[in-house]
Ligand binder design. Structure first.
Ligand code: IMP
Ligand code: MG
Length: 182
């Protein structure tokens, strides 16, 4: 396989990702079988591909919605203060909400989301993230459905980007350190 020049190595190939997404969907299916009013809230842009695969594997009735966040001082890698730039269309009051994130790094984004969404008085609120970098955590956040733990490296592909590039790679790959540490 020909890898883009900026890629160090593939961490998770397409088959491994798909297997795990199927498992996560099965957990969610089982736990929300009788809940009703389930809405998945995907976090743009990073979670859009994960969200598309996850939602199509769920058999429990649900709707999808999206939220977009941005961090100050962040054009490429590390996150700063979080800012809401697009809200959900759905009112979340009395709904069972699962937030769908691409990756939890410091945890600040997810913490912000939990606080923001909990204030809308949903019937329940849980979190789902494809990836987590536990070594980078600055705030303790609960991830109820987690795909994979990965080391402290910058990853791209399957929706994740570096300066808006590499989102459509079908695998999750580690970027060469020289690309993001300069
Ligand atoms: P946190 O607030 O530090 O947990 O950062 C979370 C956000 O930073 C994620 O939603 C991603 O948008 C971005 N992020 C963190 N690590 C990576 C990475 O390795 N690749 C791509 N995006 C990342
Ligand atoms: Mg993100």
């Amino acid at each position: 396989m020909q890898l883009p020049q900026a890629i160090e190595r593939v961490l998770l190939d397409e088959a491994a990702i798909q297997r795990r997404v199927t498992e996560l969907a099965a957990y969610i299916d089982a736990e929300y079988a009788d809940a009703g009013q389930l809405v998945l809230v995907g976090v743009l842009k990073g979670a859009f591909i994960f969200m598309a695969d996850l939602t199509r594997r769920l058999t429990v009735p649900h709707t999808v919605d999206f939220i977009a966040l941005s961090s100050y001082n962040k054009s490429t890698t590390r996150s700063g203060e979080v800012r809401l730039i697009m809200d959900t269309r759905t009112a979340l009051v009395q709904r069972h909400v699962v937030v769908v994130e691409d990756i939890v790094d410091s945890g600040h984004t997810l913490e912000y989301l939990i606080r923001n969404l909990a204030a809308r008085q949903p019937a329940s609120l849980r979190t789902c993230a494809l990836l987590s970098k536990p070594d980078r955590r600055e705030v303790d956040v609960a991830i109820d459905y987690l795909g994979f733990e990965i080391p402290d490296v910058w990853v791209v592909g399957y929706g994740l980007d570096y300066a808006d590039r590499y989102r459509t790679l079908p695998y999750i790959a580690e970027l060469k350190r020289a690309v993001y540490s300069s």
